[in-house]
Design a protein around this ligand. Structure first.
Ligand code: S3P
Length: 179
């Protein structure tokens, strides 16, 4: 007899830069006993460069290719919470690798703007960055965040530890539904 399929119980956090994926992911990992994986960190350790350095030296397409490799690597984990870069949803292939309970941490453009300003560690926001740019980026990406998510939460309305608890509760309910 074949073994029953192993259910992938990962929690995958998606959303725009500054919506709190890393912070919330770390708290989920701590209180939920899941391992923590951050795709930007996987990329940085693979090439021994920071994200801004990768953008500056090799450009965005190279970064996106590394991001797909990181999605593959992150998706091979089980019982993990995976924080993704804001652009992860730009490739359907990436999202095929990142199975699990996918949560969109939703924020309004003004909330994101307040949080990230023109953060030098976020290369897409440097140079010509302004509020308009962020609004357009959110408008383009939001349908994809919605498309790939199993659960959407208004991240701007809760503190990080509240978000973590709500997500863990929904994840447990989702697992029950699948059993
Ligand atoms: C990006 C978001 C960043 C990082 C890179 C590109 C994006 O991650 O992956 O700068 O395209 O939105 P965070 O969302 O963690 O800032």
């Amino acid at each position: 007899m074949q073994n029953p399929p192993v259910m992938n119980s990962n929690i995958v956090l998606i959303g725009m830069m500054g919506c709190g994926k890393t912070t919330v992911g770390e708290i989920i990992s701590e209180i939920g006993g899941l391992s923590f994986v951050d795709t930007d960190t996987l990329i940085e350790s693979r090439v021994q460069m920071t994200v801004p350095q990768i953008f500056e030296k090799h450009g965005e397409p190279y970064f996106r290719a590394l991001e797909t490799e990181a999605a593959k690597q992150a998706g091979s984990h089980t019982n993990a919470v995976i924080a993704t870069g804001g652009g992860m949803i730009l490739s359907a292939d990436n999202m095929k690798h990142l199975r699990g309970f996918v949560v969109y941490l939703r924020c309004e453009a003004w909330q994101l703007y307040e949080r990230v300003g023109d953060d030098p560690n976020r290369p897409l926001l440097s140079g010509t960055f302004n509020k308009n740019f962020l609004e357009n980026m959110l408008a383009t990406r939001e349908p994809l965040y919605k498309l790939y998510s199993n659960f959407i939460i208004n991240a701007g309305e809760h503190k990080a530890d509240e978000l973590a608890k709500i997500i863990l509760k929904e994840h447990a309910l989702d697992k029950q539904r699948l059993e």
